[in-house]
Design a binder for this molecule. Sequence first.
Ligand SMILES: [Fe+2]
Ligand SMILES: [Fe+2]
Length: 227
Amino acid sequence: MLQHLLFIGFSAIYYSQSAASSQRRPHLFASLALQEAEGSRTVAHIRTAKSTDIPGWLDEQMQRHVSDEVRHAQIFTKAVEREGYFIDLESEAAQQSLSSVGEAAMRRYHQVEDLAAAPLPHLLASVLLAEELGVRGFRCILKALPEHLGATRAAIASVLQDEERHVQYLSDALRYFRATAVVDAYRRDVESKMFSDLGKVVEFLTRPAAERPSLVQPGHKPELSLL
Ligand SMILES: [Fe+2]
Ligand SMILES: [Fe+2]
């Protein structure tokens, strides 16, 4: 319980501070754009790899989920541009970010070469955890985001609505597969891993923006695409 509260507390501090600061906001939006693009690829991959296990109703939701995440990646890319920056896909931070989220991270977590080797409910449980974090994160961001960023606020509010739907259908799917215990176990595992790295987390949160590896550069480079 304590770990759970600390976990929520630290993520809330991170998202709120980043959304409120004009210096950190472009980087936050860029990291979300990469996560959303990677999220879309991950769900698409699960959908193909486990197609024989996926009932029709779930497949429809997953297909919609894939296109939602593509839209979210575009929304955050646009939000970075509105701040006067572009996402530097060549940066070390971008490469690090891509290996720490999405399919690569999921393969490491499930210790499989290919996601097809892991049971479908386990994969869905990992996606559900990421979606829950997304819902919490976007709520914090919306609270902390300055009022004058109207277009970005409206776009993120629509992202939040989609994420809430993703949490809903994935929770339904885990009940359908009688696998809700899997997600509870993963949640505890992820939180305890973070708890054991508490020193690193605090260091990350307190590091000045100028010293953080950046995903963005000032200016425009519209020809680059994440998808
Ligand atoms: Fe999303
Ligand atoms: Fe989502």
